[in-house]
Design a protein around this ligand. Structure first.
Ligand code: SF4
Length: 437
């Protein structure tokens, strides 16, 4: 392929999850620096790449808005749309004025090849293979100013939760071999990054294609020199084994922080969602964590307004969550995704109810976080500082994922420091002070 005679300016924009951020970074790194200069998304570029998501309706809408913004400012720019929305609805994207190229789940990692021969035309080009033939997996990790990176170790999912489009967009469960994950972690350590968040679509399902296991991955990664902290981005309750909890309990590098998707605290809603566990199993996991790792941070995802979720069922969820020692909730309003069984299920919950239930759970989340932070106040904790507010204040996260802000004259971004946790902050975290060395 002939490289462009003049270096081309390329800008990237990411919508959606951590996996998308990791993949955008990897796609950007795949472009040779002598031919392609990366510029911020709000600056003028020759090529704009939008990495899309399809999990909610707003993700689709956001993609349209972003394209409109670019075409308004830079009508001659070449616009590429990649990611889950591209894989699922290429024709829909092709109808957005200004889009030139649409790359599916596999093809996005070949961006260089496609933009090398680009030509602006009225008819957008779609390059996307059938998702059932998508068996490759590209190691990806996000890079930037941060001291924490998201490393993709797994992709795709073999589950078929009734509301989810991800298996349709990302294909079946597959993973990167442990040896390669370790090699990527070594590269991350060389870049001076101290914390890795292990990311995937169904991360705990790691090993499906290589016959390895997630617990072996965790053990191997803790041997990598230079990486001080690992977090598991999220793990399904049915895949969170006692072995994993024990390993985290006994490790200095595996952070005492679990994010477990619950989705509903009502067993009949869980059954309609086609989730693979009961609320009792979820509660047992939480109990086991808190017994073996006192003070561990535990977060959960919850969906409100799933079809058929009656007021009683929602109350059951609310009561269940209120009774658990969780530290935060991520609340999502159910949205009908075309092509999923839930989109056409009877018992539609109106938007107002979805919204009200989300609000109630968000309040609950705030009070769970406050209570968690209050229990931690007065204690000491190791904090990895990620950034500064610019006014002599720095913020970062404790091992159990409490956001901490401290005053400091010294520049402490990218360092791990002992901090005394003092008082609750308005931003759902804690004000602390550095322990003097
Ligand atoms: S576990 Fe369920 S919700 Fe998660 S990616 Fe797989 S199908 Fe989607």
């Amino acid at each position: 392929m002939t490289p462009p005679s003049q270096p081309q300016r390329v800008a990237f924009h990411t919508l959606g999850c951590k996996l998308n951020f990791a993949e955008t970074s990897t796609i950007a790194r795949s472009l040779p620096a002598e031919s392609y200069i990366r510029v911020p998304f709000n600056k003028e570029a020759d090529i704009y790449v939008i990495n899309t998501c399809s999990v909610t309706t707003s993700a689709d809408r956001k993609c349209r808005q972003v394209v409109k913004k670019i075409t308004g400012r830079h009508p001659d720019a070449f616009i590429v749309v990649v990611g889950c929305y591209s894989q699922l609805r290429p024709d829909e994207i092709a109808s957005i004025p200004g889009v030139d190229l649409i790359l599916g789940t596999n093809e996005k990692f070949d961006l260089l090849r496609y933009i090398g021969k680009r030509k602006k035309s009225d008819i957008p080009k779609i390059e996307s293979c059938d998702i059932s033939s998508c068996e490759t997996i590209t190691p990806s990790w996000s890079a930037g100013e941060r001291t924490r990176t998201f490393l993709k170790v797994q992709d795709g999912c073999d589950y078929s939760c009734a509301y989810c489009t991800i298996p349709l967009a990302r294909g079946s469960s597959r993973n990167i071999p442990i040896k390669e994950c370790v090699a990527e972690a070594n590269k991350i350590a060389e870049a001076g990054i101290l914390e890795i968040v292990l990311t995937g679509v169904n991360t705990g399902d790691f090993g499906r294609t290589t016959g390895e296991s997630f617990i072996d991955l965790l053990s191997a990664l803790t041997e990598v020199e230079g990486i001080e902290r690992y977090r598991i981005s999220s793990i399904e309750p049915n895949l969170l084994t006692s072995g994993i909890i024990d390993l985290v309990a006994g490790s200095r590098k595996l952070m005492p922080h679990f994010h477990i998707p619950l989705q509903s605290g009502c067993n009949s809603t869980l059954a309609r969602m086609k989730r693979r566990y009961s609320r009792e199993l979820f509660a047992l996991k939480v109990k086991e964590i808190t017994k073996k790792i006192p003070g561990a941070g535990i977060g959960a995802d919850v969906i409100t307004g799933f079809p058929g979720e009656s007021d009683e069922e929602f109350k059951e969820t609310f009561k269940f969550l209120k009774g658990l020692p969780l530290s935060y909730l991520h609340v999502f309003r159910f949205s009908e995704r075309p092509g999923t069984p839930a989109a056409t299920m009877p018992g539609r919950v109106n938007e107002k109810k979805r919204y009200e239930r989300s609000k109630l759970l968000s309040y609950l989340s705030d009070s769970l976080t406050k209570e968690f932070c209050r229990r931690a106040s007065g204690r000491e904790s190791a904090v990895l500082f990620e950034g500064s507010s610019g006014k002599g204040h720095y913020s970062g996260f404790t091992e159990n994922y409490i956001k901490v802000t401290v005053p400091s004259q010294e520049r402490i971004t990218g360092t791990i420091r002992q901090v005394v946790l003092n008082s609750l902050s308005d931003a759902g975290g804690v004000h602390g002070s550095l322990k003097q060395l």
